[in-house]
Design a protein around this ligand. Structure first.
Ligand code: NAD
Length: 382
């Protein structure tokens, strides 16, 4: 029988217990220990799972519990020191989103992981969800034509965070989806926002990402809305997709609608826009908890020594965008140009093939598709 990968989880607040439950359900993995600085949280998990070692000292979990991998679900400011300690101790490391508080921190973590041949994965959970996997499939098949823009809204009367603003808390979900679908890094970002409740922690932001080929994406994030909204529209030249994550069964609807200009006309009277109204349809989606697939993918990458679909590189790209958003917020929404004169951010790393250059060796198209194929296999096995 294959040796199980032994794992420890740091952080047992809101999200940690979901990871604990999912990791415990994977046959290829054995959850050995959990840790939280808050003894009440540790006692709670101990009462639920009596066979797990429960500790309150993170260093004790990292170095004293005979584990192969560490999963970090603590507040963002602690991701970097905990991940660094974990990687330096030779443990494969899974970090919750967003990966760290700065791109320098991400680069250092990527470097340590690479030098020590360790798997470093960031939890961009939505990329493991049925709806997003289906949207990627539809986009890659060319069914919606050229993507013209993406519009995303993630709003509700939210859980107020003290150490990060709403853009760093909620927008990572939208950013990860948008980068994955468009397959390229933006050239610029604008972000406006206001802090109404906690001084200097914006609770509402509007950002807009500018991409090559006249494409853009807008992301509205708020902890201050009366209604919960989780909606994304992807407008293509042939079809359009509306993704409503709050729907139970019909999360994606594809609209066969478009508008075209006449190819040629001689007089103004002849000029007519051509509106096409076709059917709309709801594709079948596989139902599986995205976090289960994310955890399984992490364990699978450790077993096969492969690069995760959402590795350190994707975590870094996300942080570069969030840093750009913070810089733009400080300039009252003026554009932050990636690699431009108003930002110290290094030129962005392309996700697939792209024109921008980076110090990071880029994943080749083959590596990206290999990671996706491995994920597809995980999905089929589910
Ligand atoms: N992927 C997702 O969809 C998703 C959803 C929610 C939260 N998250 C992420 O999960 C992480 C945790 O969020 P949360 O909502 O569970 O926060 P939380 O505040 O509810 O829980 C964090 C826990 O970590 C503990 N902690 C703090 N510092 C620690 C340390 N150094 N060592 C050990 N324990 C420590 C705290 O005592 C607390 O119990 C964040 O990074 C957040 O962005 C991701």
């Amino acid at each position: 029988m294959k040796k199980q990968i032994t794992v420890g989880v740091l952080g047992c607040g809101y999200w940690g217990p979901l990871l604990i439950r999912n990791l415990r359900g994977l046959p290829a993995c054995r959850l050995i220990a959990v840790c939280d600085l808050d003894i009440a949280r540790v006692k709670h998990i101990c009462a639920l799972y009596r066979d797990i070692e429960c500790v309150t000292n993170p260093q004790r979990l990292i170095t004293g519990c005979d584990i192969d991998a560490v999963v970090i679900a603590t507040p963002v400011k602690s991701h970097y020191p905990l991940a660094k300690a974990s990687l330096l101790a030779g443990k494969h490391t899974f970090i919750e989103k967003p990966m760290a508080t700065s791109s320098q921190e991400c680069e250092e973590l990527i470097d340590i992981a690479k030098r020590n041949d360790l798997v470093l994965m960031v939890d961009h959970t939505f990329l493991y969800s049925g709806p997003i996997r289906k949207i990627v499939e539809i986009v890659e098949a060319g069914d919606i034509g050229e993507i013209r823009y993406v519009n995303s809204r993630r709003l509700n009367l939210g859980l107020f965070q003290k150490d990060i603003n709403v853009a760093w808390d909620l927008a990572p979900h939208d950013i990860s989806i948008i980068l994955h679908i468009l397959g390229e890094f933006p050239t610029a970002i604008n972000c406006q926002g206001n802090a109404h409740v906690t001084p200097e922690v914006e609770d509402v932001t509007n950002m807009s990402l500018v991409f090559p080929h006249k494409r853009f994406a807008t992301i509205q994030s708020s902890w201050l809305e009366p209604r919960k909204i989780r909606e994304m529209t992807i407008v293509g030249s042939r079809r359009m997709i509306v993704y409503d994550d709050l729907q139970t069964h019909e999360k994606i609807r594809i609209y066969d609608v478009r508008v075209e200009r006449p190819p040629h006309y001689d007089t103004f009277a002849e000029f007519q826009y051509s509106y096409h109204y076709g059917d709309s349809y709801i594709p079948y989606l596989q139902q599986e908890e995205p976090l289960t697939l994310a955890c399984r993918h992490f364990i699978d990458c450790i077993e096969t020594n492969s690069v995760p679909m959402t590795g350190g590189r994707q975590g870094l790209e996300m942080i570069r965008i969030l840093e750009g958003a913070s810089a733009s917020l400080k300039m009252n929404g003026a554009p932050f140009i990636f690699g431009g004169p108003n930002g110290s951010t290094a030129a962005p790393a392309p996700i697939r093939d792209g024109a921008a250059h980076s110090l990071e060796p880029k994943r080749t198209r083959r590596e990206v598709s290999r990671a996706r194929d491995r994920m597809a296999a995980v999905f089929e096995d589910a």
